[in-house]
Design a protein around this ligand. Sequence first.
Ligand code: C2E
Ligand code: MG
Ligand code: MG
Ligand code: MG
Length: 270
Amino acid sequence: MAAEDANDLRRALEKNEIIPYFQPLVELRTGLLSGFEVLARWQHPNRGLITPNEFIPLAEDAGLNGLLTGNLLRAVFAAAQDIPGHLTLSVNISLTQLTDFSLPKHIRAAAEQASFPLNRLILEITESALVANTEQAYRIATELKEQGSRLALDDFGTGYSSLRHLQSLPFDELKIDASFVRSMGHTRESRKIAAAIVGLGNSLSLTTVAEGIESQTTADMLLWLGCDLGQGWLYGRPVPPEQLPEVLAARLDPAPPIPEPRSPAADSTL
Ligand code: C2E
Ligand code: MG
Ligand code: MG
Ligand code: MG
């Protein structure tokens, strides 16, 4: 990592250039909105929009993760003022954050300051974070759960010893990795794997979530398999906070508007 990159990120954090984007999560059976996943973006003055796969590792290396999460959560909870109370917010927790014993306290403080109830917060943890530092990670994850948030196992199927984590940690949600979901339409193997993961999640009474749904065919297959929630471009791309009202208006209104009765005069002009 170049030192100037770390300095650039430090500057970006001071200037609040790291912003939360929100991607809808939808109940497959009804199409109703169930919440949003928060996906961080760096709005760089010269380089444009930078995705998290580029700057999260940088933040980890530079020891800026705590600061990043703090800033991001403040922005998330501020934006949440516009989000109805029955919807959840999912936030990604990275590997090094699960070595930080002050993480639960920081999350609680940020939520309390914004009067955001912790039971609306879902914390997404990837398997790699659990594998890298199992004992610490388990203790921190358990504390996050005990203070009221829900836990999701993210990108399920891409790491290893996943089943052990499911047994040892009180997860609420299982997220099927997009790599299986995207290839469901093409290979029988992916369909079988997705079916097995949904079956596993259901038998453990976990909420199953499929990420990366891009087509209605895939959504239909997942619904048929018994998957609960979906996320992907079919339902909406991640949007910045200022576009939340628009997404909410479109997704919260289950019935199409009733058309105005047309007058005979108007009809005759058609
Ligand atoms: P993730 O948690 O698995 O998030 C899902 C990723 O899939 C997001 O990429 C999202 O934009 C993308 N995605 C969703 N639906 C579709 C689709 O239908 N098609 C395609 N092609 N992609 C879709 P993104 O935003 O680039 O984030 C990448 C990863 O970065 C995330 O994967 C997550 O692990 C991490 N990340 C994002 N925000 C944060 C954050 O605030 N903190 C930490 N620690 N990690 C974050
Ligand atoms: Mg995630
Ligand atoms: Mg994921
Ligand atoms: Mg993923």
